[in-house]
Design a protein around this ligand. Sequence first.
Ligand code: AQP
Length: 327
Amino acid sequence: MKRVLSGMQPSGQLTLGNYIGALKNYVTLQHTHDCYFMVVDLHAITVPQEPAALKEQSESVTALYIAAGIDPAKATVFMQSHVRQHAELGWLFTTLTYMGELERMTQFKDKSEGKDSVGAGLFTYPSLMAADILLYNADLVPVGDDQKQHLELTRDLAQRFNQRYGDTFTIPEPYIPQVGARIMSLDDASKKMSKSSTNAGSFITLLDSPDVIRKKISRAVTDSGREVKFDPQAKPEVSNLISIYANCSDLSIAEIEALYEGQGYGPFKKELAERVVALLEPLQQRYREIRESGELYDILRQGAERAAEQAEKNLRIAKERMGFLVL
Ligand code: AQP
């Protein structure tokens, strides 16, 4: 059975972008693959996090995984910092990564832009991400389009290690959705929807109430036309909303265009909001049940045990090949 690994940062509330770009695929892949889904708390601290918020968000993201449909009996669900091998292999990979490679990462450029001081971890985190994936010899990594560049670096680092020290790591493939790989902000279609954005109107979180969802969608920026048409170049805002619609229904883009032909944006936005509400309401109900059940820490404990066993095996092999004294 092929292995899958992916993770999300507890750097805010998960958004519809995180769901459509990645989480939705986690749920599907668990039925056909040996899956490892982690909450990447070590990545979240590459930008400052308030301790109480980090704790709450780490619990929330774990609960959202389960509420979205990940079954911890099928997939290994764990917190990155609970499996120490990540930090250790992360360091080994930092030493294998070239500065120029990290300097080319567009996410680093975006996140550091205009900041007076930027943590070194924000710069080197793609090396840790490579370690996360390679530690489990993952074949497939479900991610949104924004992570494609980091995954290419992971593949380069795996190849570099294998060439220097002998065949050790599996070269992973990205698994990116065809529609919705990059959900854009509701207020600016040139930026991706991001959970850490300071404008709450730019994203929909998986925990937004129905009224908030309706309000955010009704205020979402469109254009001065009235045609519901998928054309990301000419109509980026409307195309983004169509991508969201397609992912919250079983309709294709062509079917959505046909449904709203000649009707303008009003009815389209109204129905889109109802589709999003219908998708999220049952998820939010399960989320509340999980938070109240007190099961989360048991799930994380079991997940960490299963993950650490696998991680330790591969870390040992990597260290031996590099020439470390392994006891
Ligand atoms: N807008 C998006 N559209 C589609 N997929 C997306 N992803 C993120 N934003 C979008 C995918 O969600 C997964 C988890 O992302 P992450 O938590 O690792 O961090 P990120 O990619 O940096 O996402 P955010 O929401 O923008 O977080 P912050 O604001 O903290 O940086 C990944 O698979 C990602 O591709």
